[in-house]
Ligand binder design. Sequence first.
Ligand code: ADP
Ligand code: ASP
Ligand code: MG
Length: 406
Amino acid sequence: MRFVIQKFGGTSVKDAELRSRVVDKVVKAKDSGLQPVVVVSALGRFPDPYATDSLLELVQANGNGVSSRDLDLLLACGETISGVMVAAAIRQRGLSAVFLTGPQAGIITTSTHGKARILRVETDPIVTLSRLGHIVIVAGFQGVSEEGEVTTLGRGGSDTTAAALGVALSAESIDIYTDVEGVMTADPRIISDARPLEYLSYNEVCHLAHEGARVIHPRAVEIAMQRNIPVWIKSTFSDAAGTLITNHIDAAQGALDISSDRIITGVTYRSGLVQVRLQEKGAEAKKEALKALATAGISLDLINYHPDLVAFSVNGSAGRQAASILESLGVQFELESGCAKVAVVGAGMAGVPGVMARIVETLDEQAVEILQTADSHTTIWVLVRETDLHKSVRALYDAFGLGNHN
Ligand code: ADP
Ligand code: ASP
Ligand code: MG
């Protein structure tokens, strides 16, 4: 069978009218001779009652007596409710539909609650039901451990479910339907005139996704890339072509390698960060401080290590804990909360002179103070204050002509 995976995010399945658009997409795929396997996220977004964040709030509002195992059981209900509703909408249009939870669909995972990884997909139930003429709807974001416990895959995990099914079923493509018309060169919530890119390589989109462009989960891209399954990002709300993620695109002139034909792919960001600056000269004190933070399970990002200064950032939620650890060690430090990390991403920037110079000049023109930078062969990160975030993203977007290319 020629399978196509169609994954619908929370905003796409929010209400009956939208679910009817979902059915349009499913019918269209079926009419084109493909066998759709539909993956769904929980209905809507917070404060919609069955959205993942709403279920999380329910738990938080009742103290912290819920175990990680039970939390997974609860969160899995979000996608289960959604799957039942989408299956009903498909049936109302005269097609036969069967909904499967992650465990029923054979999504076997590690046993780490809240961030389980998919080990394999036992495809028999999906293949058998599809052969019998049913459209199978699978709950995203959930699976079952070898011990039989329900697990969840971490936030945004429905994309991962879709990618794993795509690989396991050797699907023609993995189509991720969401509330924007594709992957843009910057978050459309900040750059209102951002346009979708026609195509991107797996690497490019992986970098964007790792740096905060949450339109697709990076793990999903990594999974699809293993078998070169094309991934489409499309809108549920329109018939726009969307973005194709692949390493080869059949252009009119033949196969074209697109792995590095542009210097900058996009600008992304992560906010809610705290910068920590250790003002210690002694190597021992610095070592002790880093060790204590590691022992406390605090993950550091954007680390600069100099003889006179060690600077790094932590997630806002870990800022206070990091401060109390450093205080207890008697280490000299400064904290800067309300920071955001802006990433200028481009698989083609390696070896191209002047990218950093342009970033510095652009932000300087906007009177944005750069608190710290770091770089890799595909990304330059700049730490700025959250109050400067929007103007930084806008200015860099314009400086690199991201509104012009496609
Ligand atoms: P879903 O619920 O469909 O999985 P998400 O909220 O996870 O949707 O992802 C879609 C959102 O990603 C969009 O609404 C958009 O605001 C955001 N986004 C961030 N960066 C980008 C980008 N570069 N291109 C497209 N969307 C982006
Ligand atoms: N519902 C889950 C979340 O909000 C999974 C997903 O939507 O991909 O993270
Ligand atoms: Mg998502």
